[in-house]
Design a protein around this ligand. Sequence first.
Ligand code: PLP
Length: 377
Amino acid sequence: MMIYLDNAATTKPSEAAFRKAESFAMEQFYNPSALYKEGYALQSELKKARSALLCKVADENAFEWVFTSCGTEADNQAIFSFAKRGNAVTTAGEHSAVLAAFAELKNRGVVQTRIAPLQKDGRVDVEKLLELIDEKTSFVSVMHVNNEIGAINDVNAIAKKVKAKNPRVIFHSDGVQAYGKIPFKLCKEIDLYSVSAHKIGGLKGVGGLIKRKSLVLPPYLIGGGQESGKRSGTENVFGIKQFQYAAEEKFAALKEDYQRLSIYREKLWQGLDKEIFVRLSGLDGTPYILSVSAVGLRGEVLLHMLDDKGLIVGTGSACSSNAKTRYSKVVLACGYDEKTADGVLRLSFSSLTTEEEIDKAVEILNETGRELKRRMQ
Ligand code: PLP
């Protein structure tokens, strides 16, 4: 039996949603921009998908949905379309889709960039964030749920405070780890919100940027004028419909999953050997992520040993195969030392995670941690 606990990286696509959408891959393969009825009919399918995906988190009278190719594109579009003057502010906890885009803004010299620090629990320090905002701030980006530690920022409250300080700011939030997982409705102070399909049973390669209707969104990709000119490129109709069906399934199970996974997360933590593992995720973080550190051991080595025993886990973003640095910047930004950052394991769950898998994962984690510790002595 293989146990998959790296659901924050990606989830297994919903098979039911896949089957339901299948005809959009092989039969209704037409270009939605075509004028004949077969193509044109797909426009209304896309419209239904936009509305179904949007209404779960936002008032459809005030917000609209733009399909993108992934969460990264949604983040990039928000940033490069709006961070154009004065200064732009974000947090040290962001995904590289935001942090690397901010680094690029800085390189181009377009705007001054400012990074707000984190608290120990992984949430942004709101007071310090507010101190960075002044009359020249054009853009602020604060993630909803952190993908490494699982901390939840109260982005509705933060957006309100930011706008109270400077009402002209465009406020963006990366909701990739929150959408379909955390009960939430966007307040009117949030201008832009990024989403990705593959974190909730959708396929890779589909995302969305939710925007306030009255905000004019300059396109990031230009061409054929799809998505009302806001994002050109022939729509991935099959991926979009599969995302719609997967999201409908996920939102229907949201509350139940939230409660069940909260119990599993605590059960997993209770079972872990405290001589080996320390906990990084706070109690009030997302129930989908438990981040721990085997202090003094290398998370990456543990990951491979666990993999050989049939348990797949993550180590947090920085240790991914594309990473330039050994340590997770986010874990260091929470104030942990390098030894702790080096030992990080991220255990992340999905609707499909079972109690039996949690019990087995505890066994494998303890056994493997002890084995590596013995080897190190
Ligand atoms: N933002 C966060 C918080 C994420 O966790 C991820 C995915 O790891 C992304 C953005 C990027 O999303 P995508 O893989 O769809 O580009």
